[in-house]
Design a protein around this ligand. Structure first.
Ligand code: PGA
Length: 251
């Protein structure tokens, strides 16, 4: 099943967030062949989760702490996310890696904490433009994937998804071509196959993210090895996010 997810980042306010989910909720039930999730800012998670209760749209946090609880001012735990109705958490997003200096080791610890708290994890990987130009894309995304999955048991793999998000495509309006996305996704699936089994690698959803819009989503999601998309800017308005949902391949 393909997976379309909306990462709201630090956008919207309470009123517009609730208006957006009520518009999504009305239409989402029509796509029973698709997984859909939204990742609101922490402060709106509780209300968004309540307003989506009983619908097909899942809810996740954009980050969580690697520690369980305690004196970690400003942090939010995986258990707290669960407590307010989140089923997912995004980890390793490029903005966390590059703007806030999150290391592979920290992301790996967060993955472990999230899984042991019962969350599902969407692990993001992606190369910068400089890394792509230096032909280091596979080395970079392979290392990020392996580090994030270190210690993840085969039995927990079905609670994970991967998002390939080239840093140069995020928020720039320049999406990866279908060939570039397919190539990176096939590479990541090969890495998964080496770490786990080919069957587990096949069943892992690998989403593409980076300037996905209603006008390019359908083509990207039809590309080999692209199992959905993680959408930033175009997930902030019902019409554009629904356009992307409508473009997802029908099974
Ligand atoms: P974008 O962001 O769709 O605005 O490029 C994608 C993401 O960062 O998840």
């Amino acid at each position: 099943m393909h997976f379309v997810a909306g990462n709201w980042k630090m956008n919207l306010d309470r009123k517009s967030a609730l208006a957006l989910v009520s518009a999504l909720r009305e239409r989402a039930g029509q796509r029973t062949d698709l997984d859909i999730a939204v990742f609101p800012p922490f402060v709106y998670l509780d209300e968004v989760a309540r307003s989506l209760a009983g619908s097909r749209i899942q809810v996740g946090g954009q980050n969580c702490c690697d520690e369980e609880k305690g004196a970690f001012t400003g942090e939010v735990s995986a258990t707290m996310l669960r407590d307010v109705g989140a089923g997912w958490v995004l980890l390793g997003h490029s903005e966390r890696r590059h703007l806030y200096g999150e290391s592979d080791a920290l992301i790996q610890a967060k993955v472990q904490r999230a899984l042991s708290s019962g969350l599902r994890v969407m692990l993001c990987v992606g190369e910068t433009l400089g890394e792509r130009e230096a032909k280091r894309t596979e080395a970079v995304i392979g290392a990020q994937l392996k580090a994030g999955l270190q210690g993840v048991k085969p039995a927990d793999l079905d609670r994970m998804a991967v998002a390939y998000e080239p840093v140069w495509a995020i928020g720039t309006g320049v999406n990866a071509s279908t060939a570039q996305a397919s190539e990176a996704h096939a590479y990541l699936r090969g890495v998964l196959s080496g770490l786990y089994t080919p069957a587990q690698a096949r069943s892992m959803r690998i989403l593409y993210g980076g300037s996905v819009k209603a006008t390019n989503a359908a083509e990207l999601m039809r590309a080999p090895d692209v199992d959905g998309c993680l959408v930033g800017g175009a997930s902030l308005e019902a019409s554009s996010f629904l356009g992307i949902i409508d473009g997802a391949p029908r099974l």
